[in-house]
Write a protein that binds this ligand. Structure first.
Ligand code: SF4
Ligand code: MG
Length: 314
């Protein structure tokens, strides 16, 4: 993912563009086959837009997404449809993404029909098999979405993504709407499925504690920018960006004896329509210096794989 930008035009009542919401503003990173990459930030930071833009569910304003060397943004609709078999997405609210009038089996089968996979009998067998892989019963094939709990519906969402044998699944806050006890079940399931199917995940969340156990690497986004990226251990043991430090201060430490330095965030996240000059975090940063208001900090690699964009690390 190189230099990705997504600006949404904001139009006035007579349809003239007055401004842009800079949802994703020049973000670059890469995924390694078989890993889980956690993408974290407050709501409104652009992480969901990022996920959707990568899969071209919405069109990017600028940038490149290379998948095994192919630029996804250059594909025509037929080529894109073919590629979508490899690249699936699971959403936060599985209920709104499941058609209430369709049986679960038909919902899970649908992507195979779209991708013209198998005969009817093969598809039904595959659905029965996938239902078990995600911890449901084959008999539940004939049931309707409203008969399932939130956690079960997320299992159905996963089954629907898995059924076409994807390589990458973009998980957009897949557990945010679930109770904590159910969250860990779904995260464990995601890990089992990753091992079994050699999946790569881009796991989007607003909560660092959720991505900690599942991610190999984590990227932290703030107001459309990637402010820090590191292997998970490094990010937790040595967070470099004041925003990451603030997010971590909000996570209870597993060992209460260990006193953490608290970095408190001031105020609210500013509007992405009018992001602050210089460092986008400067209006909330406890360490702000003069340069922060004027100069956009460059991304620097501080140690292997550990990147930060902050003037304190120039
Ligand atoms: Fe804070 Fe300045 Fe670093 Fe931005 S560049 S995070 S304002 S110290
Ligand atoms: Mg979101």
């Amino acid at each position: 993912i190189k230099g990705l930008k997504k600006f949404f035009p904001v139009k006035n009542p007579i349809g003239i563009t007055e401004a842009f919401v800079k949802a994703v503003n020049d973000v670059s990173f890469h995924l390694v086959e078989g890993e889980t990459y956690g993408l974290v930030g407050e709501s409104g930071c652009g992480k969901s837009t990022m996920g959707r833009t990568v899969l071209r569910l919405i069109e990017a304003s600028e940038g490149e997404v290379l998948y095994k060397g192919t630029d996804i943004f250059q594909l025509n609709s037929k080529e894109l449809r073919k590629l979508r078999q490899d690249l699936q997405m699971v959403f936060q609210d599985p209920f709104s993404s499941l058609n209430p009038r369709k049986r679960i089996g038909d919902i899970i089968e649908e992507p195979m029909i779209i991708h013209k996979l198998g005969t009817k009998k093969e598809r039904i067998d595959r659905v029965m098999d996938i239902l078990q892989k995600v911890g449901l019963q084959p008999e539940q094939y004939y049931r309707y979405p409203h008969e399932f709990s939130g956690g079960q519906r997320q299992r159905i969402g996963l089954a629907r993504a898995l059924v076409v044998n994807p390589k990458l699944i973009i998980c957009d806050e897949p557990v945010s709407a679930l109770d904590v006890s159910i969250q860990s079940q779904i995260i464990n399931l995601l890990q089992e499925l990753q091992d079994e199917y050699k999946l790569t995940y881009l796991f989007i969340a607003h909560d660092l504690s959720v991505v900690r156990h599942i991610s190999d690497r984590i990227g932290v986004m703030y107001l459309g920018k990637m402010v820090e990226e590191a292997p998970t251990d490094k990010l937790f043991s040595n967070p470099l960006h004041p925003y990451t430090q603030a997010l971590l201060s909000a996570v209870p430490h597993p060992n209460p004896e260990m006193k953490q330095e608290r970095v408190k965030l001031r105020g609210e996240i500013p509007s992405p329509m009018n992001p602050p000059s210089g460092c986008v975090f400067h209006t909330r940063c406890p360490f702000v210096i003069d340069a922060c208001r004027k100069v956009v900090p460059k991304t620097k690699e501080i140690s292997e794989g550990h990147f930060v964009a902050c003037h304190l690390h120039d």
